[in-house]
Ligand binder design. Structure first.
Ligand code: ZN
Ligand code: ZN
Length: 375
C-alpha cells in the first residue's frame, strides 16, 4: 500500500489522478510506476484514458484500494452510449478529441481546460469531460474552454511535469504549462459572444447533462443520445465544410457574428475556438426545430441531395427535417409573385413581405426574397 493515495475528484480523468497519485507521493512518473509499482507496460506513450490494461488497473487497485469499478469509471469508456456506441482501442472516435500521441508527447491540443476551474480547485485536476469535443464551454463557469498555453502555445500535457530525471514534482504543477510554467489558472477567461441566450443555455445543458436529453425541449424527436449526437455532428459538418459560408447571410448578416472560413477537418480535430463557434451556430439552428433549420437551408440554397452527399447515415429526426426541404423546393416564379402583388393592390392592401409570406405560406426570409421579385 502507498503512504499517500488521494481520492479521485468529481469527474476526474484517470490520467490526472494517476499523475496526482505519483506526485503526492513525491515521485516522478517513471520511478513511481515502473520502479516502485513494477509496471513495465506503456502508460504515458499511449492514451491511458482509453482502455488501460487489466493488469495495470489490478496493480493500481492493489496499491490504492480504489475499486476497479471506480478506476474504470474514470476512463473514457464511461462515455460509451452517450457520445459513441463503443470506444475502440485505437484510432479516431467521434466526439473524442485526438491527442496525437508521439512518444511521451501530444502533437494535438486534445486536452482542454477551464482556467477558472483550475484556479478555484483546491487541488488542480483534469476532467473527463474536457476530452470531449462538444465541451466548448465550462458548464460551471460558462467561459470558453482553452486548449493550449496562451503564452507558448504548447498543448496541455500535465504528465510531462513528471518526466525527467532530476525533477521533484508537486501536485500544484498540474495548474501550470509544462513547457513555460505559465499558471493556466491565471489565464483570463473568455466569455462566449453570441447574441442568442437560448442557444447558449442549450449548449451548456447539453455539455453538463446529456443524460437528461435536453434536445427534447426543442421538440427534436431523438429517443436517446447517440442518434441526437450523430445528427448534431452532421449539422456541425455542414456548417464547417465548404457549404458553411453559404449560411453567412444569417450568421453574419442577421446575427452579426464574425465570418468563418470553411475547413476540411473533422470536428474532433478543430481547435476549441472554432468548435465553439460551430456549436453556437448549430445550437441556434436547432431552436424552433425544424422550421429555422429548413429556412436556413433555403437561404443557403442547400437541397436535400447537397446535404446528404456526405456519407453519414442521418438519424431519423434530421432526415425527416431534410426531407421537407424537397417538398418546399417549389418556389413561385416572378409572374406568380407579380400576380399576387397585383391581387393585394386590388384588395387595397399594401404589398409587403408579410402579406406575400401569408399568401404563399412561407416564412420571413423567403417572403423577403419574394418581395424583391416585385421590384
Ligand atoms: Zn470552469
Ligand atoms: Zn506555456
Amino acid at each position: 500500500m502507498l503512504p499517500i493515495h488521494p481520492q479521485p475528484k468529481q469527474g476526474e480523468i484517470l490520467s490526472s489522478w494517476l499523475v496526482r497519485l505519483a506526485f503526492s507521493n513525491g515521485f516522478p512518473l517513471h520511478t513511481f510506476f515502473n520502479s516502485l509499482l513494477g509496471y513495465k507496460g506503456a502508460i504515458w506513450t499511449r492514451d491511458i484514458d482509453r482502455h488501460p490494461s487489466e493488469q495495470f488497473l489490478q496493480l493500481v487497485n492493489e496499491q490504492t484500494q480504489q475499486p476497479l469499478s471506480v478506476l474504470r469509471s474514470m476512463t473514457l469508456s464511461a462515455y460509451e452510449g452517450t457520445y459513441f456506441p463503443e470506444l475502440p482501442l485505437h484510432g479516431d472516435v467521434t466526439w473524442l478529441l485526438a491527442l496525437g500521441v508521439y512518444h511521451r508527447d501530444h502533437k494535438r491540443a486534445g486536452v482542454q481546460y477551464c482556467p477558472l476551474c483550475l484556479k478555484t480547485d483546491s487541488t488542480p485536476y483534469y476532467r473527463m469531460l474536457w476530452r470531449i469535443a462538444s465541451t466548448v464551454i465550462c458548464p460551471v463557469h460558462y467561459c470558453a474552454m482553452e486548449d493550449d498555453c496562451p503564452r507558448c502555445h504548447a498543448p496541455v500535457m500535465f504528465h510531462r511535469h513528471g518526466i525527467g530525471r532530476h525533477k521533484i514534482p508537486y501536485v500544484e504543477d498540474l495548474r501550470h504549462c509544462y513547457q513555460c510554467s505559465l499558471d493556466l489558472g491565471g489565464v483570463s477567461p473568455r466569455q462566449p459572444e453570441w447574441p442568442d441566450c437560448h442557444s447558449l443555455s442549450f449548449i451548456t445543458t447539453l455539455i453538463a447533462h446529456p443524460e437528461l436529453s435536453p434536445w427534447r425541449y426543442l421538440h427534436i424527436n431523438a429517443q436517446c443520445s447517440i442518434p441526437f449526437f450523430i445528427g448534431l455532428r452532421a449539422i456541425l459538418r455542414l456548417l464547417n465544410c465548404r457549404y458553411g459560408p453559404r449560411f453567412e447571410p444569417i450568421f453574419c448578416g442577421e446575427l452579426g457574428t464574425p465570418a468563418l472560413p470553411p475547413s476540411r477537418q473533422d470536428f474532433e480535430y478543430l481547435r476549441s475556438e472554432r468548435r465553439l463557434t460551430l456549436m453556437l451556430r448549430a445550437a441556434w439552428l436547432l431552436q424552433e426545430w425544424p422550421d429555422r433549420f429548413i429556412e436556413a437551408c433555403h437561404v443557403a440554397h442547400l437541397s436535400r441531395s447537397r446535404i446528404t452527399e456526405y456519407p453519414d447515415l442521418l438519424p431519423f429526426w434530421l432526415e425527416e427535417a431534410i426531407s421537407r426541404l424537397d417538398q418546399r423546393i417549389y418556389s413561385p416564379n416572378q409572374q406568380e409573385v407579380l400576380a399576387a402583388a397585383a391581387y393585394l393592390v386590388r384588395k387595397g392592401e399594401q404589398v409587403s413581405w408579410e402579406a406575400l409570406g401569408e399568401l404563399f405560406g412561407v416564412q420571413r426570409d423567403w417572403a423577403k426574397r419574394l418581395m424583391k421579385m416585385t421590384r
